[in-house]
Design a protein around this ligand. Structure first.
Ligand code: DAH
Length: 362
C-alpha cells in the first residue's frame, strides 16, 4: 500500500460523498467506505499484519483518512437533511387564497327520485304503513289477469307493455307496467289488516318530456273489514299536505275507470299555475295527480280473500312526477341521463335523511 493508493481512494470517496443527493445514498457511500466490509475498513484490517515500521506510517495515514471521511460524511449529512426538509416544506405549501375543496361526503348527492321515495316512506311510515316490494319482471297473470284485466281487454293495450319472448309453455313475461301486481302478491301472503306502500320501478314503451320507458310509482293498499272511501280521502290529503309541506290542500275526486278498483277515481289537487312554477295547495287551478279506488271484489277473490268479509282501497302515484312538481324539474328524461351537472344541481345532501320531525326536504 502506498500513498498514491490512499490518495486515489480518498478522492474517489470524497467524490461519492459530494455526489450523494439523498440521505439514503449518503449512507450507502458510508457503508461502502467505513462499514464492516468497507474499502477503508479493509485497509485498516491489514495494519495488524504489517511490520512495525510500515505500521508507523500507514496507521496515522489510514486513521486520518477514516476521520477525514467521517467528518465529510457528517457535514454532507447535515446539508442533505436541510435540503430534504426544504423539499418537504415546499411540497406542503398551502395557498390559503385557493377556493375550498368540497369534502368527499359533499361530492356525491342523492338522486331526487331516491330523495322523494325517502320522503314518501317517512310520511306513510308515520301513518303506520309498511313497505312491500315485488319483481320488475312479472308474469302476465300478476300484471294483468289477477288485477281483473280480462283477456283482450283494451286496457292491456293502453299500457304500452314491454313483452319478453314466449317461454316453452308459450307464456310471455312482461316488465311490470305498474306497481299494482304487488297488491296481489301481498294479499296472497299476508292476513288483513294490510297497510302497505309499494314504491318501485315500472316500465312502458313511451318517451317524451314527461314520459320515460322506465319510471317510478308508489302504490298504496289498505285492506280491512271496514275500510272506506272516507279513509282513502283522509290518507291521500294527509299525504299531499305532508309531501308538499303545506298546511292545507283541497282535492277533487273524479269518476274514472281502472279494472282493479270499483268505484275508481282520479284525484286532482288544488294548485296555482299562474307563475312559472306550479304551487300546490293554493290558487284556483286543478291538476290530476293520482288514481285510486275501492279494491274490486274480483281482485280480492283472485288473491284468496273473501270479498264478503274484506274490503279496502288502493291508489297509484307517479313518483317522478311528484319530484318534478316539488323540485321544479322541467324534463323527466334528464332524470336518467346521469349528467353530473344535473345531479350536482338537483341532488340532495346524503346526510340529510328526510324525517317528519326534522323537515322532509330542509
Ligand atoms: N296502476 C295504475 C296505473 O299505473 C295506477 C293506479 C290507479 C293504482 C288506481 C291503483 C289504483 O292502485 O287504485 O295507471
Amino acid at each position: 500500500m502506498d500513498d498514491t493508493h490512499i490518495q486515489a481512494l480518498q478522492s474517489r470517496i470524497e467524490g461519492e460523498i459530494a455526489a450523494a443527493s439523498t440521505l439514503a445514498e449518503l449512507d450507502q457511500v458510508r457503508v461502502a467506505a467505513l462499514g464492516k466490509k468497507g474499502a477503508v475498513s479493509a485497509l485498516l484490517a491489514t495494519l495488524g499484519k504489517m511490520s512495525p515500521e510500515e505500521r508507523k506510517l500507514a496507521g496515522p495515514a489510514l486513521n486520518g483518512l477514516k476521520n477525514h471521511l467521517n467528518g465529510l460524511i457528517a457535514d454532507r449529512n447535515e446539508e442533505l437533511k436541510k435540503i430534504e426538509l426544504e423539499r418537504k416544506l415546499q411540497g406542503e405549501k398551502l395557498d390559503v387564497t385557493l377556493p375550498l375543496m368540497p369534502a368527499p361526503v359533499a361530492r356525491g348527492t342523492i338522486h331526487p327520485v331516491s330523495q322523494v321515495i325517502d320522503e314518501i316512506t317517512a310520511i306513510f311510515a308515520d301513518m303506520g304503513f309498511a313497505i312491500a316490494e315485488g319483481p320488475d319482471i312479472e308474469t302476465d297473470y300478476y300484471n294483468f289477469t289477477a288485477l281483473n284485466f280480462p283477456e283482450g281487454h283494451p286496457a292491456r293495450e293502453m299500457h304500452d307493455t314491454f313483452f319478453f319472448n314466449p317461454d316453452e309453455k308459450g307464456e310471455r313475461k312482461v316488465l311490470r307496467t305498474h306497481t299494482s301486481p304487488v297488491q296481489i302478491r301481498t294479499m296472497e301472503n299476508q292476513e288483513p289488516p294490510i297497510r302497505i306502500i309499494i314504491p318501485g320501478r315500472t316500465y312502458r314503451c313511451d318517451s317524451d318530456q314527461t314520459h320515460t320507458p322506465m319510471f317510478h310509482q308508489v302504490e298504496g293498499l289498505v285492506i280491512d273489514k271496514s275500510s272506506h272511501i272516507g279513509q282513502l280521502r283522509w290518507v291521500l290529503e294527509e299525504f299531499l299536505k305532508a309531501y308538499f309541506e303545506v298546511d292545507e290542500v283541497s282535492t277533487r275526486f273524479r269518476p274514472h275507470f281502472f279494472p282493479f278498483t270499483e268505484p275508481s277515481m282520479e284525484v286532482d289537487v288544488q294548485c296555482d299555475r299562474s307563475g312559472a312554477e306550479v304551487k300546490i295547495g293554493q290558487g284556483s287551478d286543478w291538476m290530476e295527480i293520482l288514481g285510486c279506488g275501492m279494491v274490486h271484489p274480483n281482485v280480492l277473490a283472485n288473491s284468496g280473500l273473501d270479498p264478503e268479509i274484506y274490503q279496502g282501497f288502493a291508489w297509484g302515484i307517479g313518483i317522478d312526477r311528484l319530484a318534478m312538481l316539488k323540485y321544479g324539474m322541467p324534463d323527466l328524461r334528464a332524470f336518467f341521463d346521469a349528467d353530473q351537472r344535473w345531479l350536482d344541481h338537483y341532488g340532495f345532501r346524503p346526510l340529510d335523511i328526510p324525517t317528519l320531525f326534522g323537515g322532509l326536504s330542509s
